[in-house]
Design a binder for this molecule. Structure first.
Ligand code: CA
Length: 223
């Protein structure tokens, strides 16, 4: 899952980015409202973290602009403004959640997981397909109750495929949602990761998960 942080305080932005990258997210940063709108429109984000007091275009305007452009990803406002009327204004501008600075990283993380879950209409916090289970918050993958150790990127790819189970996912989609802005999209790195991922989750099991749809991408189908 890929997140955009729109925040003009470099230190805070970098701390949040570092924490989220450690949690397996791909993260891009914008340092003013204008750059934020540009990136949100041109890249593929699963969630946006948005500050309110921003140079060039303020956060509420950014939020309204993104919703006017029909962008549907969850928006979490992160701000020092703690008055009820500020929260109400934020939510009325199209934001989905609101967290007041200073905040605990654990709470930010939990809210992000909940927002992503809701944006995919998932009720269960554990993603499941047949005997495979993935816990996005705890970073655990199990098949038939046995833990399968995965690298962060393998985990992120599997999470993306599971959130889109029963539909075809293209290589471009995987690339855009698992890697950040600096990734070279021309490489065949996705195929390489899928090969090792398949070996790890399928070895010893009859039902082979992750089909290749020739020339298009991949699919995880429920039996
Ligand atoms: Ca600010």
């Amino acid at each position: 899952m890929r997140i955009l942080i729109i925040e003009d305080e470099y230190r805070l932005s970098n701390v949040v980015k570092k924490g989220l990258v450690e949690e397996g997210f791909a993260v891009d940063q914008a340092f003013d409202g204008e750059e934020g709108i540009y990136l949100a429109e041109s890249e593929s984000y699963d969630l946006i973290i948005l500050d309110l007091m921003l140079p060039k275009v303020d956060g509420l305007k950014v939020c309204r602009e993104l919703r006017n452009k029909k962008l549907k990803m969850p928006i979490l406002i992160l701000t020092a403004k703690s008055k009820i009327e500020d929260k109400v204004k934020g939510l009325e501008s199209g934001a989905d959640d609101y967290l007041v600075k200073p905040f605990a990283f654990a709470e930010l993380k939990a809210r992000i997981q909940a927002l992503i879950r809701r944006s995919h209409n998932e009720a269960d916090p554990i993603l499941k397909l047949d005997d495979l289970e993935l816990d996005p918050a705890k970073h655990i993958v199990k098949r038939s109750k046995k833990i399968i150790p995965l690298t962060p990127k393998e985990f992120a790819i599997l999470e993306y495929l599971l959130r889109h189970k029963n539909t075809i996912v293209t290589r471009t989609q995987v690339t855009e949602h698992v890697w950040d802005y600096n990734f070279d999209a021309l490489s065949n790195v996705v195929d390489v990761f899928i090969t090792t991922l398949r070996r790890k989750i399928n070895t010893g099991f009859k039902n082979k998960l992750i089909q290749t749809i020739h020339g298009v991408g991949y699919k995880m189908t429920e039996r």
